[in-house]
Design a protein around this ligand. Structure first.
Ligand SMILES: [Zn+2]
Length: 131
């Protein structure tokens, strides 16, 4: 298994917590007995959303997904590609302090199989924004 197909997670020997690597002690119990392990860089999509008007500096549509990795570790990822459906398997990559998931077009495993945005072309703001 190459480094590019795995991700690091941390395991706490004291409370058996699992979490994304971070400096310092266990965020659950404060123990310093934390070790890092590599797990496959695959996860299942728990939820995904698309922002049509993201914050300044981000391009629209801005897609985010909550992904569960091995051992129940959850991570919020930036989605590159079509919005994945619930239960879709994605490959997660770490880029500095950011995690991304690439979704192949049209092959999402769950939810909307076509991988199209549920709001594209249909979203209407509830009011006219002030000018
Ligand atoms: Zn702990």
């Amino acid at each position: 298994m190459s480094a590019s197909s795995t991700l690091e997670i941390s395991r706490c020997s004291s409370c058996h917590g699992r979490f994304l690597p971070r400096p310092g002690a266990c965020p659950r119990c404060g123990s310093g007995d934390v070790t890092r392990h590599r797990v496959p860089a695959k996860g299942l999509v728990l939820a995904a959303t698309e922002l049509t008007a993201p914050a300044r500096g981000w391009t629209a549509p801005h897609r985010l997904a909550l992904v569960e990795l091995a051992e129940g570790v959850r991570v919020l990822v930036l989605v590159e590609g079509p919005l994945p459906g619930h239960g879709a398997e994605v490959t997660v990559a770490r880029d500095g302090d950011r995690y991304t998931a690439r979704t192949p077009g049209g092959t999402t495993a769950g939810g909307r199989g076509e991988g199209e945005s549920p709001v594209a072309g249909r979203f209407r703001p509830p009011f006219e924004p002030p000018r």
